[in-house]
Design a protein around this ligand. Sequence first.
Ligand SMILES: CC(C)(COP(=O)(O)OP(=O)(O)OC[C@H]1O[C@@H](n2cnc3c(N)ncnc32)[C@H](O)[C@@H]1OP(=O)(O)O)[C@@H](O)C(=O)NCCC(=O)NCCS
Length: 151
Amino acid sequence: MTTPENAVPVPTPAPRGLPAGKMPELRVMPAPSDANVYGDVFGGWIMAQVDIAGSLPATRRANGRVATVAVNSFVFKNPVFVGDLLSFYADITKVGNTSITVYVEVYAERNRLQANTVKVTEATLTYVATGDDRKPRKVPALDELIFPQDR
Ligand SMILES: CC(C)(COP(=O)(O)OP(=O)(O)OC[C@H]1O[C@@H](n2cnc3c(N)ncnc32)[C@H](O)[C@@H]1OP(=O)(O)O)[C@@H](O)C(=O)NCCC(=O)NCCS
């Protein structure tokens, strides 16, 4: 009998058209409540997901809480529709004294059985590492990062 302990995954087609060799920070499917009456997903909903996706590598790099200080650029290149499966990729492009800048790209897998993938959004955001007092905090050096399992 197959149990969760001995289950072996069977080969499954990989998503096509997504950046190779990269792991998305988020994969989300917008629901009807995230769209206007025409079925286009609200830009504000996409911006919120981009902010969350960008904050994840920033939080790892900051080794703690961050606050979004600026949305430096934001381009909606193609519309997003209810039922698109969105993948959010986020790369740190700059680390300052207290700030971390992140480039976020969003791809939509549309009509998934036809494997139609389109880039829908790209944005650059800056986060600031903050302390419990919500004031800026120096971003630790890479060799100073402490992971929870090491604490
Ligand atoms: C984020 C916050 C703590 C920064 O405090 P601050 O006193 O304004 O910080 P500073 O002026 O010292 O700037 C901190 C860093 O942000 C950078 N920064 C500030 N404004 C920026 C902007 N408009 N664009 C890009 N970077 C900016 C600074 O260059 C500095 O980077 P560095 O230390 O790497 O050189 C404060 O502005 C704040 O609380 N803002 C509200 C945050 C928020 O509510 N976000 C939404 C929810 S997360």
